[in-house]
Design a protein. Structure first.
Lengths: 265, 351
């Protein structure tokens, strides 16, 4: 099933155009990476996909139905969104925060407890279960928020396609937890959940994305497999930096190495 | 027995607190019935209470209980419940533990609305109809104030404490000066009515007021808890709540209208009573956490108990002179609030 079909999407919620002519297709169980410099429109793209900002032109089809026609609860059961920043400053326990991810569902307390245990294990938050969210470190908070959005789309009784939108999920994570997250994402994708993710670590992204789109100034500069997007010319175009593209010694996937920074003489 | 076992989870702690509070409320009401300018023994008070609704209406105890204390105590309980639950809902809506109807201008707005109503309907304000009109005026005033503060203080990234409090100060000042302007213009009789009403307090309790309070409380106390799940999701942020399937703009509007209705009625019936809406949700949150499915009803019960006891104190400390109950809640509430501010990190409250 096609999860997302974005056709010529343009958005300018505050006057300035933030997205111009974006086109992409995301199939069930596929992972899309979004890259670009700061202010390129990556978060705007996720916001448009989450129906937070309206399109001025073009259209987005979610599960073959126009995005705007989805009823909020029906959409929440199949689409979860992890924002870049968390505003939560009330002393919920970790368990309470994660269980908020189950609030759109009515699958019963037993099912919710099973999912809670699974997502806590997948994000290494089991030992934090009774701690107060407000007293956690930045990385721990991020893992708890990840567990919350995982819980929202972790499992569907009738195996409907789902979509997870993640905005910089690895920003505060250490290396071990980044790898744990990648494992969880691959696992989730393997069970039919499609994922769109904004990440600044290209090598991490290359290790698990099926397709990548590169944005700059709200325009789509490149779109395709990691091998076709992570090239020296795209990096020169989009980021204005020199890189060397090598191959990962194990997987053979692209490996991006930044060129030596030179102080102008 | 169930009360002696250590709770295993916050949910259990919350259910237990609700049970304890439901037992404490009738006890608080009994204490309040027994104490006052004329102290009554427990058996005397109970006899008086039964005589109020049966034969022997004219005994001294029956008159004290039935005519004076009972309506006043029940009014205190209802208003305490409304104020505390409204405060808890506001703090959730603003995602801000400092939001309180009196700090953010709602009370002042409601006050102004009621004053305008008293001036316009002039002498016809006696009786149930007059009281209802004043309540409606207070409701509209509170609604305009809370909408104003909300729009000023809230952006897509949440609400800022500083802006919210500043907007509250501005709206309070504006409402106060318009009130003064009104009083400046009116004749002596209306002025006297306004100032009598402004002193407010629970000493004007009557069965008419109790009727208006019961109707408002029934609606507000049933309506607000239905937003429990939505408020829980809103604490994450507005777009996060939307991604969890909450119709955010409808929820916000509903909350604001019900809070304005509740606070408006409370102001119209008993004047401004400070700190109940701020302190009670804090105490409750310290005990059971911020889950609004439990926080809202538990706050209502705690608020009812607290205001009944505060009003009893107000009646006995300087008997036969009665203090306005707002003085007692402020004297008790302010040090408590300051200690909360100093120890907020201990229970995980930031900013």
């Amino acid at each position: 099933m096609t999860v997302l079909r974005v056709h010529n999407a343009c958005a300018s919620p505050w006057g300035e155009p933030l997205l111009q002519n974006i086109n992409l297709v995301l199939e069930e169980g596929c992972i899309l990476g979004v890259i670009g410099p700061n202010g390129a429109g990556k978060t705007s793209l996720l916001s448009a996909l989450a129906a937070d900002i309206p399109l001025t032109r073009g259209n987005i089809q979610l599960f073959n139905k126009p995005l705007a026609q989805w009823n909020p609860i029906q959409r929440a059961r199949r689409v979860a969104v992890l924002p870049q920043l968390s505003l939560l400053n009330f002393p919920y326990t970790v368990e309470e925060v994660i269980m908020l991810g189950r609030s759109p569902h009515d699958t019963g307390a037993r099912q919710d407890q099973i999912i809670l245990a699974e997502v806590m294990q997948a994000t290494d938050t089991t030992f934090l279960r009774d701690r107060l969210y407000t007293q956690l470190s930045g990385g721990e908070k991020q893992r708890v928020q990840l567990a919350r959005v995982f819980a929202q789309v972790w499992h569907q009784p009738d195996d409907q396609a789902r979509l997870l939108l993640l905005d910089e999920p690895t920003a505060a994570l250490d290396l071990a937890h980044q790898q744990l997250l990648i494992t969880a994402l691959k696992n989730l994708a393997g069970r039919g959940c499609s994922i769109a993710v904004v990440v600044h670590d290209f090598n991490l992204l290359a290790s698990f994305a099926d397709q990548i789109t590169a944005l700059n100034g709200g325009r789509q500069i490149a779109y395709g497999t990691p091998g076709s997007v992570l090239t020296e010319s795209v990096f020169a175009d989009v980021f204005g930096v020199q890189v060397h593209i090598s191959a990962h010694p194990e997987s053979g996937r692209p490996l991006v190495i930044a060129a030596e920074a030179r102080v102008p003489q | 027995m169930v009360l002696l076992v250590r709770p295993r989870s916050r949910k259990q702690a919350a259910q237990r607190l609700l049970l304890v509070l439901s037992i404490l409320l009738p006890i608080a009401i009994l204490i309040a019935l027994c104490n006052g300018a004329v102290p009554l023994g427990l058996s005397e008070a109970l006899t008086g209470l039964s005589q109020t609704f049966g034969p022997g209406k004219d005994s001294q105890a029956a008159i004290i209980i039935g005519q004076i204390r009972l309506p006043r105590i029940l009014l205190a309980a209802l208003i305490g419940a409304i104020l505390a639950m409204s405060g808890a809902a506001m703090q959730g809506l603003f995602r801000n533990p400092l939001a309180d109807p009196s700090l953010i201008g709602v009370t002042a707005g409601a006050s102004l609305g009621a004053s305008i109503m008293i001036v316009t309907i002039g002498y016809g304000m006696n009786g149930l109809a007059g009281l209802s009109l004043v309540s409606i005026g207070a409701f509209v005033g509170g609604l305009v104030a809370v909408l104003g503060v909300y729009r000023l203080a809230t952006s897509s990234s949440g609400s800022s404490v500083a802006t919210m409090l500043l907007a509250g100060i501005a709206i309070t000042a504006l409402a106060g000066s318009i009130s003064n302007l009104l009083e400046f213009q009116t004749d002596n009789e209306t002025l006297r009515r306004i100032s009598l009403w402004k002193m407010g307090g629970l000493d004007g309790a009557s069965y008419e007021r109790l009727l208006v309070a019961t109707m408002t409380a029934t609606m507000v106390l049933i309506a607000l808890p239905r937003y429990g799940n939505a408020l829980n999701a809103l604490l994450l942020g507005e777009s996060e709540a939307r991604h969890l399937g909450i119709d955010v703009s409808r929820v916000k509007l509903g909350l604001v209208v019900w809070v304005a209705a509740g606070v408006g009625a409370a102001v119209a019936l008993a004047g401004t009573i400070a700190f109940v809406g701020l302190v009670v949700p804090h105490i409750t949150r310290m005990l059971i956490g911020p889950d609004h499915r439990y926080l809202l009803p538990a706050s209502a019960l705690t608020g009812a108990i607290l205001l009944v006891l505060a009003d009893t104190l107000a009646r006995v400390v300087m008997a036969p002179t009665e203090l306005p109950v707002g003085v007692i809640t402020a004297i008790l509430g302010v040090p408590f609030f300051i200690s909360l501010l100093r120890r907020r990190h201990q229970y995980g409250m930031q900013s």
